[in-house]
Design a binder for this molecule. Structure first.
Ligand SMILES: Nc1ncnc2c1ncn2[C@@H]1O[C@H](COP(=O)(O)OP(=O)(O)OP(=O)(O)O)[C@@H](O)[C@H]1O
Ligand SMILES: [Mg+2]
Length: 418
């Protein structure tokens, strides 16, 4: 039997903690998987940024990418790697580039999701361009912002049509504040979106392949405490969990994202997705804390499955099957379940689970041990040092480390109960 090596490239920016944990966990696990007459082994390496010949082969079978949404040279290298070298990348760079929040709202409205009423407003100011003045003179209509405010309804949120990280987001209660927010929006293209009021649950779903993690979210809390610690069963019924997983996997597969996080508010029993174009989701121990080990394990499982199964990347998105379901005359919950089935098929859910049971059964134990080591603590500390002032390094390392130890306690108890 020959031993073949499959290589993972980590395309990273400011990421510090999760790649270190991912690399270390892979080394400790060191899986050897029999495929046909061969054994597969796995290595990971960090992708460097340098000039490249379009004909120069890429050394990676799989790339986990965190740069495409803002760093063009790596995005273009990745596109070349997919087209010319057959690499699998998560996430699909064309889809990351093209699908802004605006597109994601339109697409999920088309699938019948309860998106709050949203208007797109042309920008207050413009970058100079040769044809701009003549275009606007001919075609731009004066509009009455206050009338749009009335039509959207108050309270509402003004936020960039392509936003992230809460930049430029404001909650607006009345016309005067609306005018001020628009005046302050400068060259950005903004949405005005009706606020979901009276919500009783705010949930972020992190999806990695067919795996979904439900995290309770508290937008009022300081940044490092917005993700709450509650286990899913403490704040979601099994029906709610199923509905959210159907929604999250539908969104992720519709856009061809292996990896994304989506946000939902539940008001009067209806789940409203409000923000779900996050195809490079927050992956840091400093925000995910107790949920962080799940993320590292889930990324590792999905990466190993892709490499061992030979799953090929879907370069085209193929929306017709979703639209065919959307056009059926059935209740929305049934349509959502049908989208969910389609999504799970596209994500090989059954084959993935069988693979994990057969080949990665020891990952839980290895991860539990690893997340108790000094090396894991150093990875958390490295991220804390990058984000917090010096006098807080000790306190916050202890804080996040304690959360990860609570995860270990929970994890050990759950595994003992199985
Ligand atoms: N329609 C809405 N109803 C209620 N709350 C909203 C709505 N839109 C936005 N918010 C609030 O504003 C916050 C930021 O909005 P949103 O998530 O759309 O922006 P973002 O910049 O993409 O944020 P991030 O990247 O951190 O998720 C949300 O977490 C939520 O608390
Ligand atoms: Mg958000």
């Amino acid at each position: 039997m020959a031993t073949l090596t499959r290589r993972i490239g980590l395309s990273l920016g400011a990421d510090l903690c999760w790649p270190r944990c991912f690399e270390e966990l892979l080394a400790r696990l060191d899986p050897k998987i029999p495929i046909g007459d061969d054994w597969l082994r796995f290595e990971s390496e960090r992708v460097t940024i340098e000039p490249f010949d379009l004909e120069q082969p890429v050394a990676y079978d799989l790339i986990i990418d965190r740069l495409t949404h803002w760093y063009g040279p790596t995005r273009e290298w990745i596109k070349k790697a997919v087209l010319l070298d057959g690499a699998y990348v998560f996430n699909n760079p064309w889809s990351v580039q093209a699908m802004e929040k605006q597109t994601s709202y339109c697409a999920m409205m088309r699938l019948g999701f309860a998106i709050p009423r949203t208007w797109l407003i042309p920008p207050k100011e413009y970058e100079e361009e040769p044809d701009l003045a003549v275009t606007l003179e001919r075609y731009a209509r004066f509009f009455d912002l206050e009338e749009i405010g009335e039509r959207v309804g108050y309270p509402c949120f003004m936020k960039p049509y392509d936003g992230g990280g809460w930049v430029g987001v404001s909650r607006i209660e009345e016309a005067q504040a609306l005018r001020e927010a628009y005046d302050a929006s400068g060259k950005r293209v903004m949405h005005l979106q009706r606020a979901v009021e009276g919500w009783d649950r705010f949930v972020r779903c992190i999806g990695i392949g067919p795996q979904v993690k439900y995290v309770r979210y508290d937008p009022e809390a300081p940044l490092h405490e917005r993700y709450r610690e509650d286990a899913a069963d403490e704040f979601l019924s099994p029906e709610d969990q199923r509905e959210l997983a159907d929604a999250a996997l539908t969104i992720n597969t519709f856009f061809g994202w292996d990896f994304n996080s989506s946000e939902y508010l539940r008001a009067q029993g209806v789940w409203h997705p409000i923000d779900f174009a996050n195809p490079c989701p927050d992956s840091q121990a400093t925000s995910l804390h107790v949920h962080f080990p799940w993320l590292v394990k889930a990324k590792l499982r999905w990466a190993l499955y892709i490499l061992a199964s030979g799953r090929s990347m879907r370069p085209c998105l193929d929306w017709e099957p979703y639209f065919a379901i959307a056009d059926e005359d059935r209740p929305q919950r049934e349509k959502l379940a049908a989208y969910g089935r389609l999504a799970r098929e596209r994500l090989d859910e059954a084959r993935f689970e069988e693979f994990c049971d057969r080949h990665l059964a020891h990952l839980d134990e290895v991860a539990w041990e690893y997340f108790g080591t000094d090396s894991a603590r150093d990875a958390v500390r490295a991220k804390v040092e990058a984000l917090f002032p010096t006098h807080e390094h000790e306190t916050f390392t202890d804080h996040f480390w304690a959360a990860i130890q609570r995860w270990r306690d929970r994890d050990a108890a759950e595994r003992a109960g199985r």
